[in-house]
Design a protein around this ligand. Sequence first.
Ligand code: FES
Length: 262
Amino acid sequence: MTQTTPEAPMRRQRAQVKVRTLRTDRWWLVPFLTFLGLSSFLVYGVWAIIDNSIFVEPYIAPFASPCLAAATCPEGAQLFGWAPIGDWYTLSPGLLILALPGGFRLTCYYYRKSYYRSFWLSPPACAVQEPHGKYTGERRFPLIIQNVHRYFFYAAIVIGLVLAYDAVLAVVHKPLGLGSWILIANAVLINAYTLSCHSCRHITAGRLNHFSRHPLRYRAWTFVSKLNAKHQPLAWASMFSVMGADFYVRMVAKGIIAFPYA
Ligand code: FES
């Protein structure tokens, strides 16, 4: 009878890289570009929250939609003419909803990877030394909070539908307007990114044992899985599309872009 030795306890630390890097390629390029891309989004987001040019008939800036404040949302900008936040609120309407799409992106599995690498350098790339002595992953506070991502997903679905509604409304009222089609492209990308979410894939059929007994969920899962394979490019494309669409609407609202089919 052969004897087995008890297994060594599982090590809970990452492999240590003793030299600065084992890489010979330009490993820093991706984290650096990621840092620039995400920083530009943050800087733009701060400016968009301060800026008040959120609406020009029939376009509403995506960063301010749904527009819920009675005092700071022009009548045409309010969703179904509904502004539940009373006159007491006089700050930017975008500030009211920022936590929903912002929280969704902040806790996204892909964005987590990208900002852990490019901002926190933990580690900046494979086989590169990291500046932190300790690694506890996402098992403890505060990073365990990232698990709320699945709940932000539901909020993101609502925001995606609102943006799609805004875009369709713009096309109906101004079919030849460039802004209408910019909003449509943005709504498509935002909703594709939302549906490509890993939580969405899990929700559609993550715990099923028999796909054959749930053909509709299986079809939904198949569709979401295809999008899910493109989650990273969709994250970037939708991030730039929402910035671009928002910036375009604000430029039209300010009169800076004023050609006939704007
Ligand atoms: Fe990226 Fe859900 S995993 S949005």
